[in-house]
Ligand binder design. Structure first.
Ligand code: UDP
Ligand code: MG
Length: 310
């Protein structure tokens, strides 16, 4: 029985990569016996990406697109694709050719063997990334894994195959700003991973900065655990124990009528605890903010136009 595969490509300012990736995918499917559709999600590109997609559609009816009203971020672009994809399995792949399309047949094969999630991980982690990026990526996983309840592996890419079952789980998830890398692990099912060697970007620039990485780390931690809230309790406990050590000194000073040692120690204490309290307020604030955003029930994305007929 022939099945259908949806190829989902998030696009944010990739005008020069659209034709290249579509051609590469078409070429892959010439050799395998599967129906397929290519689904571009234009995540509010400000260049000519949408025009490039529409140009492709003239000659290729398998190509579908959804175009957002503005940039909503990659995770939301993926989420939109999940809702519109019609395949029995779905493969998410970057538009910049960093994810080698030649791996698609192998992914489909593993899916046919009964895997519900086939994910990929970088074989040579970050060969194309700078030292600073390597370091920040390492730190990202260390921090997230220590503070979170899901185990994230280093080097996991957003290049993966998901069975329709898994896609449906995501379609029924009502989470504001879903954190995919964590959620994929969290859903369970039968999962398997295959290594890949990332290519350099063909055209354009990476959209992720270090600032975005820090934001992603914070999101990864606070989407999956309330452990940071415990920090407040541990810190409070530690400092009240430490302050006990101060008591003998106070009694000693009182007994010997030592001069009060000025305001330095007072200021230091106030500054220190002031900072500590602000930090903890910040942590509380993040969780409160999440509740606030979730309570508004705003959509994760807004579709401006599409060629998909429901
Ligand atoms: N992307 C997107 N919305 C964004 C940022 C990125 O849809 O806000 C897409 C981008 O067009 C590409 C993929 O997500 O297809 C990965 O982005 P990028 O190559 O910039 O990330 P990197 O490979 O550096 O992690
Ligand atoms: Mg890339």
């Amino acid at each position: 029985m022939a099945h259908k595969i949806s190829i989902l490509i998030p696009v944010f300012n990739e005008e020069n990569n659209i034709t290249i990736i579509a051609d590469a995918i078409n070429k892959v499917f010439e050799k395998i016996d599967s129906e397929y559709e290519i689904l571009f999600v234009n995540d509010g590109s400000t260049d000519n990406s949408l025009t490039a997609i529409k140009q492709l559609i003239i000659n290729n009816k398998q190509i579908k697109y959804i175009s957002f009203s503005r940039n909503f971020g990659k995770d939301n672009a993926l989420l939109a694709g999940f809702k519109y994809a019609k395949g029995d399995a779905l493969i998410t792949i970057d538009a910049d050719m960093q994810h080698p399309p030649e791996m698609i047949p192998e992914m489909i094969e593993l899916w046919e063997k009964g895997n519900d999630v086939v994910y990929t991980y970088r074989a040579d982690r970050n060969e194309h990334a700078s030292n600073f990026n390597q370091l920040s990526s390492k730190m990202f996983y260390k921090i997230v894994n220590n503070l979170s309840d899901v185990e994230l592996e280093d080097g996991i890419a957003d290049y993966r195959l998901l069975d329709k079952k898994v896609v449906n789980v995501f379609n029924n998830l009502h989470e504001d700003r879903p954190f995919f890398r964590g959620l994929i692990k969290w859903v369970g099912f039968t999962q398997t991973g295959i290594p890949y060697i990332p290519h350099a970007r063909v055209s354009g620039t990476s959209k992720y900065s270090t600032k975005a990485l820090v934001r992603l780390a914070l999101q990864g931690i606070t989407s999956f655990s309330v452990k940071p809230l415990l920090i407040a309790i541990y810190l409070g406990l530690t400092f009240s124990l430490l302050s006990l050590l101060y008591i003998p000194y106070v009694i000693f000073s009182l007994y010997y009528h030592l001069a009060i040692s000025g305001w330095t120690s007072t200021i230091v204490t106030i500054a220190f605890f002031g900072g500590l309290q602000l930090m903890i307020l910040g942590i509380l604030g993040i969780y409160l903010g999440k509740l606030f955003m979730q309570s508004k029930q705003r959509p994760n994305f807004i579709v401006k136009e599409t060629n998909i007929i429901e």
